[in-house]
Design a protein. Structure first.
Length: 251
């Protein structure tokens, strides 16, 4: 059964106190959402323990925004998957375009991180998406297919069950420029086909595929109405509890 997810990527925003307040507001309003919609929030590392506490007893799951590519040891500044589990995370985002673009995250590294996260019991929200040049050159299907295969084809069928894919066209992130529902849907359908080719139709059908990139209350309904769009990875609009909940209520 496919799960619907609306995940908030807070990026490098909020103080701990602001994050706790935001998490509490989201948790309080989450009670009224349909049972088949899972909410997830992904605060900065420093907030995880406090936000986990704020979310206790709620229907909102906790995610990190990244993890280390090693289990433990002398890796200054990194945070290991076991530490994320210990802090109360159920998910981690991996491969966000900002990590790929600014921090040199490669597909090879993402395979390592994904395997470590899954082995630790985390679910992974794996981001894929083309940039503007690639879209204008008509390469968007190829880029997304390659990024999807590069990580997912290294996994077992069992591991795949703990993956959520997020399609985030880089040109739509934080720009106010959303992909149209039709543009998003054709890429989501393509991702599902890529998954089906290796893992079969049932596994592909079960996969949750999120859309991300300037998703907000005013456009979420149209996006989520598409048959292959199973929710959203929300940046800016996730920093306001009312907007985030309104997006989740768009199903
Ligand atoms: P945005 O960010 O909603 O602010 O465009 C989405 C994301 O980067 O996950």
């Amino acid at each position: 059964m496919r799960k619907y997810i609306v995940a908030g990527n807070w990026k490098m925003n909020t103080t701990v106190a602001e994050g706790v307040e935001l998490a509490k507001a989201v948790a309080a309003k989450a009670q009224d959402l349909p049972a088949n919609v899972q909410l997830v929030v992904a605060p900065p590392f420093t907030h995880l323990v406090s936000v986990a506490e704020a979310l206790k007893g709620s229907k909102v799951a906790l995610s990190a925004q990244n993890c280390a590519d090693h289990e433990k040891g002398a890796y200054t500044g990194e945070v290991a998957v076991n530490m994320l589990v210990d802090a109360g995370c159920q998910y981690t985002i991996l491969g966000h375009s900002e990590r790929r673009q600014y921090y040199g995250e490669t597909d090879e590294k993402l395979v390592v991180k994904t395997k470590l996260a899954l082995a630790a019991g985390l679910k992974v929200i794996l981001c894929v998406g083309e940039n503007l040049d690639e879209r204008e050159a008509g390469k968007h299907f190829d880029v997304v297919t390659e990024q999807t295969k590069a990580v997912l084809y290294e996994l077992s069928a069992e591991e795949l069950k703990s993956i959520v894919v997020a399609y985030e066209p880089v040109w739509a992130i934080g720009t106010g420029k959303t992909a149209t529902a039709a543009q998003a849907e054709e890429i989501h359908a393509c991702i599902r086909t890529v998954i089906a080719e290796k893992f079969g139709l049932e596994a592909a059908d079960d996969m949750t595929i999120l859309y991300g990139g300037s998703c907000k209350p005013s456009n979420a309904k149209e996006l989520f109405a598409e048959k292959d769009i199973d929710g959203g990875l929300i940046g800016g609009a996730a920093l306001k509890a009312d907007d985030f909940i309104a997006i989740a209520a768009s199903f």
